[in-house]
Design a protein around this ligand. Structure first.
Ligand code: BG6
Length: 512
């Protein structure tokens, strides 16, 4: 499957017939400022926004157009004179309107503005497409979706509604939200963002698996011993504890981002690369995963260390006795022919010793090996930072020695690809939206299947409240010290003590 820049532009034209009005709801907020507008600008720079796009920011805050432009361009880096000129043009395409989220009159004013703009731009009926991007807190999802449907819905073109997590707190609340949104908009109109699906390496998983015969053939329980999906952040929840405390790390990143990655790793080959074919397979594999149990779970919360505050010391935290996990390791099992018995371990934590996201597929030992004790092969997909795909494999130590040494077949993007320009996840997803490709957005049934895996254990954790077993770990550490035995329990073998990445010294190596 190859998709050139021209093909992408053609797909955008086919979907939108050359015109769109993008309405960013919550335009004064952080998500809009940090992600939505920089992504839109980048798409504009690359020529992927239809020529006469109009972007309208909408929020309650009253702001002058200058203040709005300053705000939305705050995170855009101006490299040179060309970028500056492009930015001026981009600003001229963007306007702002303040209004309420719960009043028909405000929505009707917005509708009038859009309509006038469509007329002025000479967009013919049938091509008057409207994209509503909800960069809003979850309490506003339904009221805003209702107000838009009633008053601002595109009557002469396509309507698209973009919404981002949190999608509820458990299966029931998520289903409730889905019911309310789906009563207003068709599934085709809704684009649920999980921004991990827009990351370069996550988009690459299918290619690695299905375009390479050597991975494809060994991708099962016979050859793979265990799989880990790891998310580590150095920062704690400083300043965001108030929000985070209602969710915890499992709802914040594991039930969505990590599980999405896992489903791409574990799913069967889709019948095609069509969005629904891919999402069908993701749903199928999620349905093969029974709910995670507490026995397969390790929870942690960070405490102050090295001059950094503990989770409970966060000023924004209301409950100073909170037992909300900031770290979790959870193992799930895919009960199908391909994966039975293979543990899939998800690990996520804040305030850790490193910042990285990766998938680590550990293969089984070589049966009857001539080189006993050689470490296992691993395939690592490093999602961030610095995208890389590498395979840890055993090699003869160069020189007169006959020792084996673990090295790697390394595809580090920055070394390998010239003029590398990896788009931000939001840019990539917004482009998918403009070309009408749902593959990297979460379907309703997928969301439900994902929640079913986590809801029982989350309810159990909530039910146990203050009695829940939660380990502490120092800010800036690897996580709770029980982590090593936790992953070992599932067979993860860490016998590569002499392995350094990326440059290896030969003086200290050696496995006989
Ligand atoms: C968000 C979580 O969804 O993802 C944050 O709410 C987390 O807590 C973030 O920090 C991580 O995203 P990224 O793209 O920085 O890895």
């Amino acid at each position: 499957m190859t998709t050139s820049a021209d093909t992408i532009s053609q797909q955008v034209s086919a979907e939108l017939h050359g015109s769109v009005t993008i309405i960013v709801l919550g335009a004064s907020g952080d998500l809009a400022k940090k992600k939505t507008y920089p992504a839109l600008f980048s798409l504009y720079q690359k020529g992927y926004l239809p020529d006469d796009t109009h972007i309208i920011g909408y929020a309650r805050t009253k702001m002058t157009i200058e203040a709005y432009h300053d705000r939305i361009t705050h995170f855009i880096k101006i490299k040179d004179e060309t970028t500056k000129q492009q930015l001026d043009k981009f600003k001229s395409m963007t306007t702002y309107q303040s209004g309420q989220y719960d009043q028909d009159e405000s929505w009707q004013t917005l509708d009038t503005t859009i309509h006038q703009s469509e007329e002025q731009r000479g967009i013919s009926p049938g091509k008057r497409n409207r994209v509503f991007y909800m960069a809003l807190p979850p309490s506003l999802f339904v009221p805003v979706a209702k107000g838009l449907k009633k008053n601002v819905y595109a009557k002469e073109g396509l309507t698209r509604l973009v919404v981002e997590k949190p999608f509820g707190m458990d299966t029931e609340s998520s289903n409730q939200l889905a019911r309310e949104l789906n009563a207003l908009y068709s599934e085709k109109e809704i684009y649920r963002i999980d921004h991990y699906l827009g990351k370069e390496m996550v988009k690459n998983v299918m290619m690695v698996r299905f375009a390479n015969i050597f991975f494809n053939q060994i991708w099962d329980r016979k050859y793979i011993d265990n799989v880990q999906v790891t998310f580590k952040e150095r920062v704690g929840t400083e300043g965001r504890g108030g929000y985070f405390d209602d969710f915890g790390i499992v709802r914040d990143v594991m039930q969505n981002h990590l599980l999405q990655v896992l489903s791409l790793i574990a799913m069967e080959r889709p019948i095609s690369t069509d969005a629904e074919a891919i999402r069908d397979e993701k749903v199928k594999v999620l349905k093969c995963i029974p709910p995670i149990v507490l026995e397969d779970t390790l929870l942690g919360q960070y405490v102050g260390a090295n001059g950094k505050p503990g989770y409970l010391e966060d000023d924004t935290l209301k409950n100073k006795q909170s037992k909300t996990p900031t770290f979790a390791a959870m193992t799930c099992w895919v009960q199908n022919e391909r994966w039975e018995g293979v543990p899939f371990i998800m690990k996520a934590g804040k305030a850790l010793d490193d910042a990285k996201v990766e998938v680590r597929v550990q293969f089984r030992n070589v049966a009857g090996s001539l080189y006993k004790g050689s470490p296992r092969n691993e395939l690592v997909l490093r999602v961030q930072p610095q995208e890389a795909v590498y395979v840890k494999f055993n090699n003869k130590q160069p020189g007169l020695s006959y020792q084996t040494i673990q090295s790697d077949l390394d595809l580090s993007y920055h070394d390998r690809y010239k003029d590398l320009d990896i788009p931000d996840a939001y840019e990539s997803l917004l482009l998918d939206l403009l070309r009408g490709d749902h593959s990297n957005f979460v379907r309703k049934d997928e969301l439900e299947a994902a929640w079913k895996i986590f809801t029982p254990v989350l309810h159990e954790i909530d039910r146990q409240g203050a009695n829940i077993d939660i380990k502490t770990y120092p800010y800036g550490s690897r996580g709770p010290e029980e982590l090593t035995s936790f992953v070992r329990k599932y067979g993860y073998d860490r016998s590569d003590a002499n392995y350094d990445w990326p440059i290896q010294s030969l003086s200290s190596s050696g496995n006989q």
